[in-house]
Design a protein around this ligand. Structure first.
Ligand code: SF4
Length: 152
């Protein structure tokens, strides 16, 4: 298996608000069995729909280092579930032997270049989500759907 991809990019309605972020090229990879799709947040124990969450006090690397948190809009600390989802995703990447991971931009799990700034004010900052950070730390190539499109 070459790719691991975000389920929402393959058309699964697993985003916090019950929608997908369909990207047809990504969906085709899954249909051709070149990619396995998964959702780190569902692997972490969440269901859909769920509250929006943002990283407060840093980015995904800081969350893994214990110096930033993932907080839901109502204030609940959900850091542990985000970290669990990241490690579950890493297990799958290892099991499948993938060489490239394509994750949905802006997500506190999957964002690989840009995430929300933690104020819930719709402001974005450079940074990566928790799963993207862990996979990169472990040596995987992690790109967003935008970079994947640019590669074709
Ligand atoms: Fe999509 Fe990733 Fe969010 Fe799951 S965690 S809905 S795969 S962006």
């Amino acid at each position: 298996m070459k790719y691991l991809v975000s389920s929402c990019l393959a058309g699964v309605a697993c985003r916090y608000n019950g929608t997908a972020s369909l990207d047809e090229k990504i969906q085709e990879l899954v249909e051709r069995e070149e990619a396995k799709m998964l959702c780190p947040e569902l692997l972490g124990g969440f269901s859909t729909p769920r509250e929006p969450a943002e990283i407060i006090g840093g980015n995904g690397r800081d969350v893994l280092a214990g110096t930033a948190k993932v907080i839901e809009k109502s204030g609940t600390d959900v850091t542990e579930l985000y970290v669990k989802g990241a490690y579950e995703t890493l297990d799958w990447a290892r099991k499948l032997g993938v060489t490239c991971v394509v994750l949905k931009e802006f997500s506190p799990s999957c964002g690989s270049q840009i995430i929300y700034d933690g104020t819930f004010g719709n402001e974005k900052i450079p940074g990566e989500g928790v799963t993207a950070a862990l996979l990169r730390q472990e040596g995987y190539t992690v790109i967003s759907e935008n970079e994947f499109m640019a590669d074709l």
